[in-house]
Design a protein around this ligand. Structure first.
Ligand code: AMP
Length: 112
């Protein structure tokens, strides 16, 4: 089922896009939790990481490598955090798989 991120992919609603290629799109989070907060999403509509299958292996690797590339592009490659919230109880609110790329402030461990 399509979500608001599907609308961003189809350019039906605007987004501050920082990177795109044939497999993914990255744009700034509308409610940033750090000075740099970018979402990396596959063009393919996968609801959650748990819904990804073996056939998505290359795509998942592509998303992680894209995140590292975007961190370089944005000048935050020395310190950044990647997060995937899987499921509502883990904080997922948009059911289109996405990686959060967060940087620009100290991060605690364990996360809240
Ligand atoms: P999650 O809670 O892990 O599902 O993350 C969803 C993220 O999408 C949240 O951080 C929201 O702030 C962000 N978000 C929701 N709608 C938009 C939008 N239209 N443009 C950019 N970010 C959005």
């Amino acid at each position: 089922m399509s979500t608001i991120f599907g609308k961003i992919i189809r350019r039906e609603i605007p987004a501050d896009i920082v990177y795109e290629d044939e497999q993914c799109l990255a744009f700034r989070d509308i409610n940033p939790q750090a000075p740099t907060h970018v979402l990396i999403i596959p063009r393919k509509e996968i609801s959650t990481l748990g819904d990804a299958g073996v056939g998505d292996r290359d795509l998942l690797g592509h998303l992680v490598l894209a995140a590292a590339k975007i961190a370089c592009q944005l000048g935050v490659e020395k310190a950044f955090r990647l997060v995937i919230n899987n499921g509502a109880e883990a904080g997922q609110s948009v059911f289109h798989l996405h990686l959060h790329l967060l940087a620009g402030r100290p991060f605690r461990w364990p996360p809240g």
